[in-house]
Design a protein around this ligand. Structure first.
Ligand SMILES: NC(=O)c1ccc[n+]([C@@H]2O[C@H](COP(=O)([O-])OP(=O)(O)OC[C@H]3O[C@@H](n4cnc5c(N)ncnc54)[C@H](OP(=O)(O)O)[C@@H]3O)[C@@H](O)[C@H]2O)c1
Length: 316
């Protein structure tokens, strides 16, 4: 743990293959830039190839000659079909995956459903990443040396509750409650995955979680834009300008969790400053609900049923 860690202290990544979801924007973009500066091979999983390629071009210009390779691929986490096509192509083309960053997300959007009929915040933020990770698990497990799965949650998990009777919020929808549920689901998943690694004596692949505090990104604008609320959009822009830390700082817990020696499976990292909304990364504890093993098992089983992706070949 460090209270002064910056990317200057990030280890060299020239021998690392890294996959970042939502790599074209905000924290995923900043993460990709930092991995690129350290020479990694990065698979940029983006729902828009155009936006992904624009981001890759910008990163190459900013980073210059670092030896990094950026490979932009389409992956829409709101479509199990797209995820399967993507993971098939990754497992075909790569022999190693050292770091998987489950980063992409949507926040506080009007109720929508994914292609497969999942409430979209749960569908993209949790179920999409559950399916993605399950289909990349053997690649992660078979990679030489240690591999890590880092899942991006949020302080908003504290306001979340799992409603297993109405997981897709069909009976009543509140955009913030649905976001909180999805971010709590991220943590239940990350910790349960680690418990399953432990139960299977797997020590060279670990699952960790993190949150960025409050970072100015496009995340805050999607909800107001999609609901056509100019007032909420203006308020979010003001808050991003005045209160938020830059995305380059908000990404530090993720980069720390993904690369630093001494990070353990099941750890949770976030910013150490004011109300854990800003500042350098430190190891933290998430709320009690996120460590609830019964909820985690129930969510795991439900996620396997909903996505059709089973981890049981690799994990009991
Ligand atoms: N910013 C914060 O203060 C904050 C706080 C707590 C947690 N987080 C978490 O941090 C993560 C990254 O968010 P951010 O702040 O960097 O937001 P962002 O700038 O909006 O980036 C989100 C990324 O997710 C992608 N995405 C959205 N829907 C997708 C889908 N269906 N399939 C694949 N990718 C999709 C977006 O792609 P497009 O560009 O194509 O839309 C974008 O690349 C999220 O998990 C979020 O919950 C952020």
């Amino acid at each position: 743990m460090s209270t002064s860690w910056t990317t200057d202290r990030m280890p060299d990544c020239t021998d690392k293959t890294v996959l970042v979801t939502g790599a074209n924007s905000g924290l995923g973009f900043e993460a990709t830039k930092s991995f690129a500066a350290k020479g990694a091979t990065i698979i940029m999983a983006c729902r828009s190839l155009d936006r992904g390629q624009q981001a890759a071009a910008e990163i190459k210009t900013t980073v210059g000659e670092s030896g990094a390779t950026l490979n932009v691929r389409k992956c829409d986490l709101a479509s199990l079909n797209s995820i399967a096509t993507f993971t098939d192509s990754v497992t075909e083309d790569y022999d190693e995956l050292d770091i998987l960053c489950n980063n992409a997300g949507v926040m506080a959007i009007p109720r929508q459903e994914t292609e497969d009929g999942f409430e979209k915040q749960l569908g993209v933020n949790h179920l999409g990443h559950f399916a993605l990770t399950g289909q990349l698990l053997d690649l992660l497990l078979d990679s030489d040396g240690e591999s890590r799965i880092v899942t991006h949650s949020s302080g908003a998990h504290e306001a979340g509750a799992m409603d297993f009777d109405d997981l897709h919020r069909e009976q009543s929808y509140d955009k913030w409650e649905a976001y909180g549920q999805s971010k709590l689901a991220n943590l239940l998943f990350a910790y349960e995955l680690q418990r399953r690694f432990d139960a299977n004596d797997i020590t060279d692949t670990i699952s960790v979680a993190c949150h960025p505090g409050y970072a100015a990104t496009n995340l805050q604008y999607r909800g107001p834009e999609e609901s056509g609320s100019k007032i909420r959009l203006a308020m979010m822009k003001l808050a991003n300008a005045v209160v938020a830390q830059p995305a380059s700082k908000g990404v530090l817990p993720l980069l720390y969790a993904a690369t630093v020696d001494g990070v353990d499976g099941g750890d949770y990292y976030g910013p150490s400053g004011f109300k854990n909304m800003r500042g350098p990364p430190e190891k933290q504890t998430s709320n009690d609900d996120s460590y609830d093993e019964q909820d985690a098992e129930r969510l795991w089983k439900t996620s396997e049923e909903l996505t059709g992706v089973s981890y049981s070949d690799s994990l009991t």
